[in-house]
Design a protein around this ligand. Structure first.
Ligand SMILES: [Zn+2]
Length: 333
């Protein structure tokens, strides 16, 4: 980190353009490791894995979550296609916000199970109090939209392989720890989650009522435990990564899905189309990755890659989408 901070200071002071073999970045562009494409990074400094947060001047890791339509089931993607009636990004396309919130508030109550998984050497570092605070943070984010989470139980496990959850260990730990039905949210918090990810999650798909839970054991979200409230992850330790991942569990895609200024994006009409994920909280000037299309990027949206302090909202269209997906896939299972 010290090296990154030093490089950042140099870049900020001299505005130099420089190249790093791989990952690659200069003062305006970087290699996006998720897509292997060169994209504008909208931050003063980035090396492809870390960037300088203009709000705090700290060196911060790029959010990486790796949930996208290519990982969704055919059933989920067909549902999206059926729901998508307005072509995003088209000239004159309707973008009027729906008036769902405040008019007919949702009432979705989700039983929540939290699983803390540490290495043996880190046993005791992630606490029940952090799990309780995490559940409260979820409710702070979702309650204004009529969605609530009831923490049922917290399991705490010390297991070196499961703390990383690489390869078949991921399956093994979920088969051992997952509880409840397809209506129950299981959040796994790992001290050393593999792949450099802050988190990842499964999107909902078709499960027949009465299906044994053993057949959908993989359902749930895996999150770096250092993102919990009070955790050690710079830029992401207010518990908002779990809010983001749970958005996927409820059927939302990233606001930058497709990484393009044309096409269907996240298939929601009131999230401005966005061709690059957000780093930090670029509001001065406001990030606008699609300048030829109306609207700046939705940097405060929970389904972007912004830092925790920047996250503050879902759109009405996203809330409507979560309601539709909940009813179709998870309610009453
Ligand atoms: Zn995500």
């Amino acid at each position: 980190m010290a090296a990154f901070a030093a490089l950042a200071a140099v870049a900020a002071a001299t505005n130099v353009t420089y190249h790093i073999a791989k990952p690659w970045a200069n003062s305006t562009h970087m290699l996006d490791l998720r897509t292997n494409r060169t994209v504008e990074h909208f931050v003063s400094w980035s090396n492809g894995t870390h960037f300088t947060d203009q709000a705090t001047n700290q060196t911060v890791k790029h959010f990486d979550c790796d949930v996208h339509q290519g990982k969704a089931s055919a059933h989920f993607n067909q549902t999206l296609q059926n729901l998508h009636t307005e072509h995003k990004g088209s000239a004159g396309g309707a973008r009027a916000a729906k008036s769902l919130v405040g008019k007919s508030k949702l009432s979705i109550s989700v039983p929540l199970y939290i699983h803390i998984i540490t290495k043996q050497s880190e046993a005791g570092t992630i606490t029940q109090a952090m799990a309780t605070a995490q559940a409260q943070e979820m409710n702070t984010a979702y309650n204004p939209y009529g969605i609530s989470f009831q923490l049922q139980n917290t399991s705490i496990t010390a297991n070196d392989a499961w703390a990383v959850a690489a390869g078949s260990d991921m399956d093994a730990l979920k088969q051992a720890l997952r509880v409840g039905t397809y209506s129950d949210l299981n959040l796994y918090f790992h001290t050393d989650l593999s792949g450099g990810m802050l988190g990842t999650c499964t999107l909902p798909s078709q499960v027949q009522k009465g299906t044994p839970p053993a057949l959908y054991y993989s359902d749930g979200c895996n999150i770096n435990a250092n993102t919990m409230p009070g955790g050690s992850m710079t830029g992401y330790n207010l518990g908002k990564t779990a809010v983001h991942e749970t958005g996927h569990w409820l059927g939302l895609l990233h606001t930058f899905e497709g990484y393009a200024c044309t096409g269907t994006g996240d298939s929601i009409s009131d999230t401005p189309i966005e061709s690059a994920s957000t780093n930090g909280c670029p509001t001065n000037p406001w990030k606008n990755s699609c300048p030829t299309v109306a609207g700046n990027d939705p940097v405060h949206n929970f389904m972007d890659y912004s830092t925790d302090a920047c996250y503050s909202k879902f759109t009405n269209g996203q809330v409507q989408r979560m309601s539709t997906m909940w009813t179709q896939y998870r309610a009453g299972m």
